[in-house]
Design a protein around this ligand. Structure first.
Ligand SMILES: Cc1cc2nc3c(=O)[nH]c(=O)nc-3n(C[C@H](O)[C@H](O)[C@H](O)COP(=O)(O)OP(=O)(O)OC[C@H]3O[C@@H](n4cnc5c(N)ncnc54)[C@H](O)[C@@H]3O)c2cc1C
Length: 495
């Protein structure tokens, strides 16, 4: 019989979806959890002061919930930001998680402690203090540090009354009224804001972005995209990692069918959205591009493009001038308000450079086993360090894996050599076989959710019940089933 694992004092950094999942998982096993959230409320990206108007999930509600806590029946299929925020509060209340967190508390830096664990330097209300933890769970997400950029002439533009802001600062749509608005970027937040600016009475709206990307309609050919794209049968068609020679041979035989499937999907999307007439057809085949960065089509986007209310421009900003904004295309467009939807800086800024050097390769790719731990940074793990198309389920799965890893309770507890070999295999696959998987430092599990979850569950010693071929291959991940798989893992408590 395995020895009872020792009770640890565990720091959870961040109070978003992942921080709540991690706090629950470690608390449930009996650890002493101390959560730290730098803002005044839970929710992370869904915290109300950070959400732009009309924000809604890209994931359908049954793919964006914890396994034991479905979203309310009266929520729409794609809940709005305040609904997600309320849902997260209801989850925290259900598991009494607020008692574990200190809000308005920032982790400034952290150092490995001599006898093991980490010493965190914390700050609350201007006062710093150091505190030791046996284990640290990083849950600060991929959207915590704004990517701030500027262009020549910006200061003078602002002095003349122009406004420049990051997409996350766009919380008051009334500022658009009667203005010439230019949005930089082509992501989901860029299109959400462009549509909102039109609806809020902007005089003109332009969306300036570098390249065309595939955008998925919420309904493809009238069918909810979750029924088409979130299936294991679909996932198996993407070029995955760790293929055996037999799997490679099967993939070679199936290649023409896979090719035809994706060309069919592209044709459907092109016709449905009218991409050609807007010069918005991407050049990369869809199967090579699908990753966490693929946006869904903001409702109203193509209606506004068709009506000429949003003008798409392929290019970037060059400089602000007396007449407006000069673009890389050579044209100068009118601009009173520039909204920079240029994303976030990925990273762990409070982790000193010596540790970052162990975590991040020179080309920006992260060394993390199962997207959760780095063998050279003991007593430390990540939850929600990865993007996915079903982040809540993904965070819960990784949180449960991580607590078992920390307690030495995985059915297959890996040593450093095994983890490094796996990390190297994954990096090789990303660099040479699937470049799209290098997005966000390689921290993206889409479109391989099933495979990622299979690995985590196998490590945890879970029993999977058979869902039948239809359920298993042609249905999206069922949060209830994953709850049952997690419940089937060997039980233990720390002492
Ligand atoms: C507009 C928008 C829509 C999205 N829609 C979807 C979707 O439909 N489906 C999907 O799967 N994903 C979606 N995402 C991705 C989303 O980021 C994840 O789903 C999820 O919310 C991430 O949660 P998290 O807890 O990992 O990170 P976050 O929500 O970013 O939370 C991290 C928390 O850490 C805190 N923090 C950071 N640094 C420190 C520090 N030093 N000390 C203390 N606290 C700190 C932050 O204040 C924050 O509260 C969306 C993201 C955005 C921005």
């Amino acid at each position: 019989m395995m020895a009872t694992p020792k009770r640890k004092k565990v720091a959870v950094i961040g109070g978003g979806i992942s921080g709540l999942a991690a706090a629950k998982a470690f608390d449930q096993q009996g650890h002493r959890v101390c959560g730290f959230e730098r803002s005044a409320d839970f929710g992370g990206v869904w915290e109300l002061s950070r959400s732009y108007p009309d924000v809604q999930t890209q994931s359908p509600k049954d793919l964006y919930c914890y396994t034991d806590h479905p979203m309310p029946d009266d929520y729409p299929e794609w809940p709005k930001g305040p609904q997600v925020h309320a849902y997260l509060h209801s989850y925290a209340a259900k598991h009494d998680l607020a008692r574990l967190f200190k809000l308005n508390t920032t982790v400034k830096t952290m150092q490995q402690a001599k006898g093991g664990g980490w010493t965190l330097t914390l700050n609350q209300g201007g006062a710093d203090w150091d505190e030791h933890f046996d284990f640290v769970t990083v849950c600060t997400g991929q959207f915590s540090e704004k990517n701030i950029i500027s262009h020549p002439g910006q200061e003078a533009f602002i002095a003349r009354g122009g406004q420049v802001m990051h997409s996350s600062e766009y919380t008051d749509p009334s500022i658009c009224k009667g203005k010439d608005v230019v949005v930089l970027g082509g992501s989901k937040s860029a299109t959400d804001i462009a549509v909102n600016a039109v609806n809020s009475g902007a005089r003109s709206v332009r969306m300036v972005y570098k390249k065309n990307v595939w955008r998925l309609p919420y309904f493809v050919g009238g069918i909810n995209f979750k029924r088409l794209l979130y299936m294991r049968a679909q996932e198996l068609q993407f070029n995955t990692w760790g293929k055996t020679p037999v799997q490679r041979a099967v993939a070679a035989v199936m290649k023409p069918l896979v090719w035809a499937n994706f060309r069919g999907l592209e044709t459907l999307i092109k016709l449905q959205l009218g991409l050609k007439k807007h010069n918005m057809v991407p050049t990369t085949p869809i199967e090579k591009e699908v990753s966490c960065s693929v946006p869904l089509v903001t409702p109203g986007l193509f209606e506004h493009l068709n009506a000429g209310k949003i003008k798409p421009v392929i290019g970037t900003f060059e400089k602000y001038t007396d007449d407006g904004l000069k673009l890389s295309t050579g044209e100068t467009v009118p601009c009173d308000l520039a909204i920079l939807a240029v994303g976030w800086k990925l990273g762990v800024p409070y982790l000193p450079q010596t540790y970052q050097d162990k975590l991040i390769e020179e080309d920006g790719q992260y060394r993390v086993y199962r997207l959760a731990v780095n063998p050279d940074l003991p007593d430390l793990g990540f939850v929600g360090f990865n993007s996915s198309f079903c982040t809540v389920l993904s965070a819960e799965m990784v949180a449960n894996w991580l607590v078992r890893f920390a307690d030495g309770q995985l059915a297959d507890q890996p040593d450093a050599a095994q983890m490094n070999a796996n990390i190297d295999m994954m990096l090789n696959w990303k660099r040479n076989e699937r470049p799209a998987a290098q997005i966000y430092g390689g921290l993206c599990s889409a479109p391989f959710h099933f495979k990622h979850f299979d690995e985590l569950l196998a490590d945890m010693g879970a029993t999977k019940h058979k869902r039948g071929p239809v359920g298993e291959y042609f249905s999206y991940p069922d949060y209830r089933a994953y709850g049952e798989y997690l419940a089937s893992t060997p039980h233990y408590r720390v002492g």
